[in-house]
Design a binder for this molecule. Structure first.
Ligand code: PEP
Ligand code: MN
Length: 338
């Protein structure tokens, strides 16, 4: 932390700041400049709320230097985290396509889509069996039955599964059927749930909340990691802004920013970010160009009749075309799709 004192701060006020820092375990390094005194605070004080300092008399500004997340930070783990799940490796040079319906609707629906996405080159099938819907009157998902259909379809097509877990009571069920547990945007800061996920022995795909900063996203990852589960992937799925031209706004710059501050893989979900079928492929291409480690995309063979998010589902043939495009882009930026 760096504390800048006001130019007319008295000696007693400077001493007051130093005393407060030392009391909370910091080492204080004072430097008297012509314009003002600056105090550098070095130490552990991980739980110290720096706003206490801003309230002390004579203080002009307080700036935190170190990140509040540790296990998720690039400083703690300089190499990229790479997870091998079945025959899929996430976080390495290969960019991974995760595709499938928003919701599992029937055995037939997921069978048809699994075959399409596997043929297109996806390695992971997505599909919600438990759906977080804004309205309680909307389709809520098939539950365990849906997970069974998804697992069977994945196994028949050599895919692995990502599916959402909405609360702690569902964790054992999701661990039984899914290879990756998806945590939805709405649950990103459900801290007691995150701690429970820390005890699960499956990789976690943690989605960014609609109004969450990157620091908040990483602090949520830290909850899972500090509870024992180191296999966390981050997912950017759009945030709420003043723009109304798309469902949400994809913060593309967050991809390289996250790569510089964390070792965790970054997956981009352009479907929920954009929400309009024909605008999704260009944004998916941009995400690969910006360095994402994977894409999570909704696909449906009959989106007009989909029970959830039909207007943002790509047709299977659009996924095939997109795969060709992102392959070329990945190569251009030193990555590859298999
Ligand atoms: C989903 O992926 O189906 C989903 C509900 O996503 P989000 O939590 O990002 O809204
Ligand atoms: Mn959806």
């Amino acid at each position: 932390m760096v504390i800048v004192m006001q130019s007319n701060a008295s000696e007693a006020q400077i001493e007051g700041v130093i005393h407060a820092l030392e009391k909370h375990g910091y080492e204080a390094h004072r430097s008297d400049g012509k314009a003002s005194t600056v105090i550098g605070a070095v130490g552990v004080g991980i739980d110290y709320d720096h706003r206490h300092l801003t309230l002390l008399p004579g203080v002009r500004s307080v700036k935190r230097i170190s990140e509040p997340f540790k296990l998720a930070s690039r400083g703690f783990h300089p190499d990229n985290s790479v997870y091998t799940i079945g025959n899929v490796t996430i976080g390495g040079p290969e960019v991974i396509m995760m595709a499938g319906p928003c919701a599992v609707e029937s055995r037939e629906q997921v069978d048809v889509i699994a075959e399409h996405v596997a043929k297109a080159g996806a390695k992971v099938i997505r599909g919600g069996a438990f759906k977080p819907r804004t309205s309680p009157y909307s389709f809520q998902g098939l539950g365990e039955e849906g997970l069974r259909y998804l697992r069977d379809a994945a196994d028949r097509n050599g895919l692995i599964v990502v599916s959402e877990v909405m609360d702690r009571t569902q964790i054992p069920l999701l661990c039984e059927y899914s290879d990756i547990l998806q945590i939805g945007a709405r649950n990103m800061q459900n801290f007691t749930f995150l701690k429970e996920l820390g005890k699960a022995e499956k990789p976690i795909l943690l989605k960014r909340g609609i109004a969450a900063t990157l620091e908040e996203l990483l602090m949520s990852a830290e909850y899972i990691m500090s509870s024992g589960n180191q296999q966390v992937m981050l997912c950017l799925r759009g945030i709420r802004t003043f723009g109304t031209h798309t469902r949400n706004t994809l913060d593309i710059a967050a991809i390289p920013v996250l790569h510089s501050i964390t070792h965790l893989p970054v997956i981009v979900d352009p479907s929920h970010a954009v929400g309009i079928r024909d605008k999704i492929p260009p944004v998916a291409r941009a995400a690969v160009a910006a360095g994402c480690d994977g894409l999570l995309i909704e696909v449906h063979h009959n989106p007009e009749d989909a029970l959830c998010d039909g207007p943002q589902a790509l047709y299977p043939e659009t996924l095939v075309k997109l795969m060709g495009e992102v392959r070329a882009i990945a190569t251009a930026v030193g990555r590859h799709f298999d």
